[in-house]
Structure formats: C-alpha cells, structure tokens
Design a protein around this ligand. Structure first.
Ligand code: ADP
Length: 217
C-alpha cells in the first residue's frame, strides 16, 4: 500500500468516514485539516489571524493556506517521524495547495509513494448529506438523519448537534468554493501526474471502502 494517501472530493462526500476506517485498519495517521482547525478552535489562546480564519471557516469559506500548511505539515512530520503512513483528508482544496504538498513529499523522498483518491459525488447529493448531518458533542460520532431520525447519539446517548458550517448558507458557500467546480483543476493536476484514482461516492460505505482499498494498492 502507498505510504501517503490523499482523499479529495466535495464536502460531504465521505472523505472523513473512509479516512477513519482506513487509518484504523492499517495503523496509518489520519490528518483531517477540518479536525485540526476545530481542535485549534477549542484551544484557549488564539492569535487574531487564527481567530479570523476560524470565523471564515464557520461561514463556509476556505481558511488561508498558511494556516493549513502550519497545521498539516506539523502533524505530517510527527507521523513520518514515527514511521507511520498518512491519510490526508480534505487537506488539499486548491492546486496551489496540491503543489505545496507535492513539494513537501518530494522533500521527504515520498513523491513516488503517493495515491490520490477522489470520492466523487454531485454537489446536489453532497448538499443533502451535509444538511442531514448531526454530530455528537460528547463522542464525535457522525450520523445522518436523512433516512432515520435520531433523538440522541446512538453510541453514547448524548446530545446531537449541527456543525456551525452545516447551516444552509454555509453549505452553499462550501459547495461554491470547495465543490465540484473547484475540483476540476485539482483533478487535472493529479491526473497529469498519473496519481489520481476515482471512486464513486454514491454507494454504500463498505462498497466505497472496498474500491478505495483496490485503488491504493
Ligand atoms: P468537509 O469535508 O465537510 O468540508 P471539513 O471538516 O473537512 O469538512 O472542513 C471544514 C472546513 O475547514 C472547510 O469548509 C474549510 O473552511 C476548512 N478547511 C479544511 N481544510 C482546508 C484546506 N485544505 N484549505 C482551506 N480550508 C480548509
């Protein structure tokens, strides 16, 4: 299996779900820039430019590249130093970012040990999923209320909440800036490098997982 796996795809396509499952199964590090930003948010002291970036995030905008690199590369160094492979989840959302990550990997001698997997989903389907997403404040479990209604977290019984950037307005903003239109250039960049595999995200989680595993061998 490749040492570095990069998931791309629109918000809500299931990158996080797949990244978590794979990381657990293979003992890889899981770097979700969204999670790293939320961790930063819950910290005590924020610099003003960080606080501003996190306000933008709540509105569904992308945060500035410097913050993404600071968080993602620090986490990546840690994983690589302990000999772990890494799964990047949502860490690449523009071609300048894709190029910067390639430079980082090349510097570590990992330019050939890389697979990029797009989890393909239409913006319409993604919007529906995001609007039905609820998150447990206590254990972090993510559930969909689309097909089944949950009063509370099915794992721990605590209260389910709506992520601030899953408001209707923020969902639209995220899909405008980070949805399929934004993916065209990123897809093309990785395709030219011969790194891209595409998996249909509109299937059961287990089926997507199976196809992702085939793609990264
Ligand atoms: P989703 O996969 O639904 O977009 P995430 O938790 O991965 O959710 O990301 C939440 C938000 O974090 C994004 O809408 C964006 O504001 C910010 N973010 C995460 N990764 C990046 C990135 N690589 N570049 C810019 N902003 C990012």
């Amino acid at each position: 299996m490749k040492k570095i796996i990069i998931f791309i795809g629109p918000p809500g396509s299931g990158k996080g779900t797949q990244a978590k499952r794979l990381a657990q199964k293979y003992g890889y590090g899981h770097i979700s820039t969204g999670d790293l930003l939320r961790e930063l948010q819950s910290g005590l002291e924020l610099e003003e430019d960080e606080a501003e970036a996190l306000r933008e995030m709540k509105r569904g905008k992308m945060v500035p590249d410097w913050l993404i690199y600071r968080l993602a590369f620090k986490a990546a160094e840690k994983n690589l130093n302990s000999g772990q492979g890494i799964i990047f989840d949502g860490a690449v959302r523009s071609t300048p970012q894709a190029k910067m990550y390639q430079e980082f990997f090349a510097g570590k001698g990992l330019a050939n040990g890389l697979a990029v997997v797009e989890i393909a989903l239409s913006d319409e389907e993604a919007a529906m999923r995001l609007a039905s997403r609820r998150v447990c404040k206590a254990c972090g479990e993510i559930v969909s209320i689309f097909a089944k209604h949950y009063e509370s977290c099915p794992l721990c019984g605590e209260v389910l909440s709506i992520r601030p950037d899953d408001s209707e307005e923020a969902i639209q903003e995220r899909l405008r800036g980070q949805g399929n239109a934004a993916l065209v250039a990123i897809r093309e960049y990785y395709q030219k490098l011969g790194l891209l595999k595409i998996v249909d995200g509109n299937q059961a989680v287990e089926e997507v997982e199976k196809q992702v595993e085939e793609a990264i061998q």
